[in-house]
Design a protein around this ligand. Sequence first.
Ligand code: SAM
Length: 229
Amino acid sequence: MVKARVEAERRLGLTARGKRRLARLRPTKLSWLASVYGSDKGVTAHQYVDLYEQILAPHRREYTRVLEIGIYKGASILMWREFFPNAEIFGLDIESVEVPGPRITTLQGDQSAPDTIERLRALGPFDLIVDDGSHKAEHILASFAGLYDSVKPGGWYVIEDMQTAYAEKGYNGGPPGHPDTAASLVKSLVDAVNRDEIAPYYPDAAAALPRVAEMHVHPRVTFIRRGGT
Ligand SMILES: C[S@@+](CC[C@H](N)C(=O)[O-])C[C@H]1O[C@@H](n2cnc3c(N)ncnc32)[C@H](O)[C@@H]1O
């Protein structure tokens, strides 16, 4: 299957350079970029691209640093590079993955390990962080706890494939109400969105909450915009 695709791409002349030429025909259209690079964020699989485009397109030229956890074959890293023409794109994966080309840096590490989080923090602050890594509950929570502060005020932290919060096997999720999952994290952030309203009544509780300006909760994916100045 892979061999056939590689052969078809070779015949069609879709080398890395060819794909980039194709991508640049419609650099503002994420569904186009996803299909050129074969990202599963596109319309034929997870269908996240239209949401990303709606939320991120207005400021895409202002983005200078983007981090995605989970590189796999590099499809989304390549997609982001075209979509954010002025950004350095960083990718983290537990495997060693090379995605050659300008404005791309790949790192190897475990998204839940304190030393990896430290390395990533040193590269920030970021305009956008996407968690598309292991999707294991404890990994998502560790990355969020360590990296949310590395999002610039007004920037976005995105958690993909939230359905795994309900999958026990392989992801350590559980039924609705199960503690310590991405879903329970997102529910707790409703308080964070209302931080300023909570402050007059419970100042200490408000001070302990992260700064969240707004949240967009969609099926399987949540967008969290960092508040503060
Ligand atoms: C869904 S794939 C990423 C797909 C990619 N973001 C894209 O859209 O093309 C998930 C990746 O997360 C990586 N991964 C798994 N566990 C990880 C961990 N603990 N830390 C960092 N990356 C991990 C896997 O090796 C895999 O490449």
